[in-house]
Write a protein that binds this ligand. Structure first.
Ligand SMILES: Cc1cc2nc3c(=O)[nH]c(=O)nc-3n(C[C@H](O)[C@H](O)[C@H](O)COP(=O)(O)OP(=O)(O)OC[C@H]3O[C@@H](n4cnc5c(N)ncnc54)[C@H](O)[C@@H]3O)c2cc1C
Length: 398
C-alpha cells in the first residue's frame, strides 16, 4: 500500500492530524494498534484555542454538546478552605470560547476516526501495530503487525502520534530528556455528587495541601479525583477499597459508602524529545513530549502540534512550499513552545499544589492573590493558563 502520509496512532492527536490532511485533499492512512480508539479517561479539558482549531472540523459544537462548559476554575486551600477563583469569561473579547470544555478525550478520537473513515482519500486501519520504520530519499517504509501478517506500507511522510512509548520516536533514535516524578498519581472516578459535600465547588478545582493535594474535575457523568501516592505503596494497595475509603473519608467525611467507577494509577513524566523531526518522519503529541496533567495541557499541546505540522505539510503537498524550510519551522516553533510554556508552566502548577506546608507556598499563594486582585495581571494569567498566550507568542515569532 502506498499513500502520501501515514499517521501512526489514533489517539486525539493522531486523529486530528489525519482529519486535517484528509480534509485538505491529501491522501492519508491512519494506523492504530488497538481494535478501536481507546476509551481513554486521561484528558478531560479542552482549552479555548483548541476549540477554535477544532471548529474547522465542525467538531467543537459536538464536544460542547457532550461535555460541560467550565468558565470558572478554583485554586483551593484544602486546610483553610480558602478559594482563589478565576473566570475565563473575562477573555470573551479574544476568543469565541471563553471557557474550558470538560469532556473525555475518547469522544474526540472516535468522532474524528468516524469522519476520516468516511472520506474517499483516507483510511483508518485498526489492529495495525507498527513495529518498524525505514526511510530513504524518496519515502518511508513502515511495517505493521496485524492479526494475520506483517504488512508493509509506504508513504511520502510519516507522523508518529503513537503516545508516550512511541515506536516512531524510538526508530528516530532521538533522546527523550527529562525526568519522572517519584510519586505515583491515583485517579478515582465516582458518581457521588461532590458538589453536595463541598461548598461552592466548580467544575475544575486545584486543591493545595501539604499532605495530600488533589485535583477535582467534573466531566458530564462523573467526578474525577486525582491524588498523589507514595512510590513505595504497591499498586494493589492503591487500588484497594481501603485506599479509596481513606481518600473519600478525608475529602467528604464518608469513604466506605462511596462507589467508584474507575481506579487508575499513572506514572507522570516531564520529557521532551531532542528532535521532533528527521527528514520524512515527525513526532507529535505524547510521542514528542510528556508533562504532568496540572492545567490540562498534554493533549491540547499535542493537538496544537498536529495543526502546526499539517499546515506545513499541506503547504508542501498542495502549494509547493520548500519542505526543509516549512518542516524546520514546525520543529522550532513547537519545541520552543513545549519548553518555554508547557514544560515550565506544568512544573510550576504542580509545585503550587504540592508545596503546601512550606514558606514557599505561602509566598506563591500571596502572589496568586495579588494576580487575582490586579486586572492586568489576572488577564495575563488567564491568557497563559488557557494556552492563548503561548500560541500568540509562536505566531509573533514566525
Ligand atoms: C490523569 C491524566 C489526566 C490528563 N488530563 C489532561 C487534560 O485534561 N487535558 C490535556 O490536554 N491533557 C491531559 N492529559 C494528557 C493527555 O491524556 C495526553 O497528552 C494525550 O492522551 C496525548 O494524546 P496522543 O494522541 O499524543 O497519545 P495517546 O492518547 O497515548 O494515543 C496514542 C495512540 O497510539 C496508539 N499506538 C501506540 N503505539 C502504536 C503502534 N506501535 N502502532 C500503532 N498504534 C500505536 C495507541 O494505541 C493510542 O491509541 C492527562 C494525562 C493524565 C495521565
Amino acid at each position: 500500500m502506498q499513500t502520501k502520509v501515514i499517521v501512526v496512532g489514533a489517539g486525539p492527536v493522531g486523529t486530528v492530524a489525519a482529519y486535517y490532511l484528509a480534509q485538505n485533499g491529501i491522501d492519508v492512512v491512519l494506523l492504530e494498534a488497538g481494535s478501536d480508539c481507546a476509551q481513554d479517561l486521561r484528558a478531560s479539558t479542552f482549552h479555548p484555542p483548541t476549540l477554535e482549531m477544532l471548529d474547522r472540523f465542525d467538531i467543537t459544537k459536538r464536544l460542547i454538546e457532550v461535555g460541560l462548559q467550565a468558565p470558572v476554575y478554583h485554586f483551593r486551600e484544602r486546610q483553610s478552605g480558602e478559594v482563589i477563583d478565576f473566570d475565563m469569561s473575562e477573555l470573551s473579547d479574544v476568543t469565541r470560547y471563553p471557557f474550558r470544555v470538560q469532556c473525555e478525550q475518547y469522544h474526540l478520537s472516535r468522532m474524528l476516526a468516524e469522519g476520516i473513515a468516511a472520506m474517499p482519500n483516507a483510511d483508518v486501519l485498526f489492529d495495525h501495530h507498527v513495529v518498524a520504520i525505514e526511510q530513504d530519499s524518496t519515502g518511508v517504509d513502515l511495517y505493521a503487525e496485524t492479526p494475520l501478517a506483517i504488512k508493509k506500507l509506504r508513504a511520502d511522510f510519516v507522523i508518529g502520534a503513537d503516545g508516550a512509548n512511541s515506536i516512531v520516536r524510538k526508530w528516530l533514535g532521538t533522546e527523550f530528556d527529562g525526568f519522572t516524578y517519584p510519586e505515583k498519581f491515583l485517579c478515582l472516578t465516582t458518581e457521588e455528587p461532590l458538589q453536595d459535600h463541598i461548598k461552592g465547588l466548580c467544575y475544575v478545582n486545584y486543591v493545595s495541601d501539604p499532605l495530600e493535594w488533589m485535583v477535582l474535575l467534573k466531566v458530564p457523568s462523573l467526578w474525577r479525583i486525582l491524588v498523589p501516592a507514595e512510590h513505595s505503596e504497591s499498586d494493589a494497595a492503591l487500588l484497594s477499597d481501603a485506599k479509596k475509603n481513606d481518600v473519600f473519608e478525608r475529602l467528604i467525611g464518608s469513604g466506605s459508602t462511596v462507589r467508584t467507577e474507575h481506579r487508575t494509577i499513572y506514572r507522570v513524566h516531564q520529557r521532551v524529545a531532542k528532535q521532533f523531526l528527521d527528514r520524512r518522519v515527525a513526532i507529535i503529541g505524547d510521542a514528542a513530549h510528556l508533562n504532568n496533567p496540572i492545567g490540562g495541557f498534554g493533549m491540547n499541546s499535542g493537538i496544537h502540534d498536529a495543526f502546526n505540522l499539517c499546515h506545513q505539510l499541506t503547504g508542501i503537498f498542495k502549494s509547493g512550499w520548500d519542505a526543509d524550510k516549512a518542516l524546520a519551522q514546525f520543529e522550532v516553533q513547537r519545541r520552543t513552545t513545549t519548553h518555554d510554556f508547557t514544560q515550565a508552566q506544568t512544573i510550576r502548577n504542580l509545585e503550587y499544589l504540592s508545596d503546601g506546608r512550606t514558606k514557599e507556598h505561602s509566598k506563591r499563594k500571596e502572589e496568586l492573590l495579588a494576580i487575582r486582585a490586579d486586572p492586568q495581571q489576572r488577564r495575563q494569567f488567564l491568557l497563559r493558563q488557557s494556552m492563548i498566550e503561548s500560541l500568540d507568542k509562536e505566531r509573533e515569532a514566525a
